[in-house]
Design a protein around this ligand. Structure first.
Ligand SMILES: NC(=O)c1ccc[n+]([C@@H]2O[C@H](COP(=O)([O-])OP(=O)(O)OC[C@H]3O[C@@H](n4cnc5c(N)ncnc54)[C@H](O)[C@@H]3O)[C@@H](O)[C@H]2O)c1
Ligand SMILES: [Zn+2]
Ligand SMILES: [Zn+2]
Length: 365
């Protein structure tokens, strides 16, 4: 069809099958849509969640939802952006009219939250789906205009990409959900792109003790570079170790950035009476947590989640971009692998093994 384009993308054919780079066919942008040439895209654990059974999206599925690029075409009636603008992709664009949006909580927008939606076809004509309305591990994407956020052209694409998921999520969990203040103690469990972003924000908030926790000793370097005061390898003695670093009481806040019931329970036991546990990781439907009724009463702890950093991406991504450009937010500890699209399947394997933090795919100009 006229205006269709064949581009390369990271495609998962079905659950539990390794994704591969394939050619896909994208339509021309329709009314209210834009085409973006992707210049950098991160590989997030939520992409793995699409294929490891945590979520149940439709297949075949283009992976990727953390990206930045340049607008190349705008469909009719699209005044929000113009060709040539640099943009960050938003995987939860707000409708601005539903009850949650009107209440000032666009991260709960009624229109968001579906793991996949239909767009384009495979090269041989089979109907295709894209991750979180984007499918951003692709040379190009076509999205609704509300899914792009203009950012300054000086912002490097790799950093810009991370603002679209890991950084907005991890920083928002600390600033918007927990509202960490100077001198407070935090424990952050799981040090991928999301957990390391929480470490960055905790340092920025002036947290006194920032205890970073992972199962992999290799996360010590990135954690300390991001501003952790202590690093612990997660084992049976973790709760006691956190308590001994926090005057025997437990931390003021714990951030679970793994997505498992067991680590939520550990986070719960790591905070003091009256402290807060923020669930940032996205776990599976059948992964249950167990808390005693007496403990819930006696501990006075608060358990809450943080979806997309409880942020308004339209407002907060430009603010984060400004901080990166000003040098006050250094996201470089997050990036452990710079790769091409052809190498993206190996980045998914690294997520399975818990190796490295963000792998960022760069696309040539
Ligand atoms: N809240 C949101 O809106 C949102 C947004 C993006 C990602 N997420 C979720 O956040 C989580 C983290 O994402 P990511 O991309 O940083 O993941 P990642 O895979 O890069 O990092 C996870 C880290 O957790 C570590 N880990 C695994 N088991 C552990 C354990 N038992 N104890 C301590 N550490 C352990 C791994 O070694 C790894 O370093 C995922 O569940 C992802 O789906 C949520
Ligand atoms: Zn993500
Ligand atoms: Zn809404």
């Amino acid at each position: 069809m006229s205006g269709d384009r064949l581009v390369s993308a990271l495609l998962a054919r079905r659950q539990d099958q390794p994704p591969a780079v394939e050619r896909i066919r994208l339509p021309a942008p329709g009314p209210g849509e834009v085409r973006v040439r992707i210049r950098a895209a991160g590989v997030c654990h939520s992409d793995l969640a699409m294929i490891d059974g945590t979520l149940a999206p439709s297949f075949p599925l283009v992976l990727g939802h953390e990206a930045a690029g340049v607008v190349t075409d705008v469909g009719p009636g699209t005044d929000r952006v113009s060709g040539g603008e640099h943009v960050v992709l938003n995987w939860s664009p707000a409708c601005r009219t539903c009850w949650h949006c009107a209440a000032g909580r666009p991260w709960f927008c009624d229109t968001s939250g579906r793991p996949s939606s239909a767009r384009g076809t495979t090269a041989d004509g089979e109907a295709l789906h894209v991750t979180l309305g984007l499918g951003a591990l692709a040379e190009e994407i076509v999205v609704p205009r509300h899914a792009v956020i203009p950012v300054p052209a000086e912002l490097p694409f790799e950093e810009a990409a991370l603002l679209g998921c890991a950084v907005l999520t991890g920083v928002g969990a600390v600033r918007n959900t927990a509202r960490v203040t100077a001198g407070e103690s935090v424990v952050i469990i799981g040090l991928g792109g999301v957990g390391l972003s929480a470490v960055l924000a905790a340092r920025d908030a002036g947290a006194g003790r920032i205890v970073a926790v992972d199962v992999a000793e290799s996360k010590r370097g990135p954690a300390m570079a991001a501003g952790a005061t202590d690093f612990l390898v997660s084992d049976g003695g973790l709760v006691r170790a956190v308590r001994s670093l926090t005057d025997g009481r437990g931390a003021d806040h714990a951030f679970e950035c793994v997505g498992r019931g067991k680590t939520i329970e550990t986070a719960w036991r790591s905070v003091r009476r009256g402290g807060g546990v923020i669930v940032v990781g996205m776990g599976a439907r059948d992964d249950l947590i167990s808390l005693s009724a007496l403990d819930v009463f006696h501990s006075g702890r608060v358990l809450r989640s943080s979806v997309y950093g409880a942020a308004d991406p339209d407002r907060d991504v430009p603010l984060l971009a400004r901080d990166v450009l000003a040098g006050t937010l250094d996201v470089s500890p997050l990036i452990t692998h710079r790769i091409s699209l052809a190498e993206a399947p190996s980045a998914v394997d690294r997520l399975v093994r818990g190796e490295g933090a963000r792998s960022v795919v760069s696309f040539p100009d």
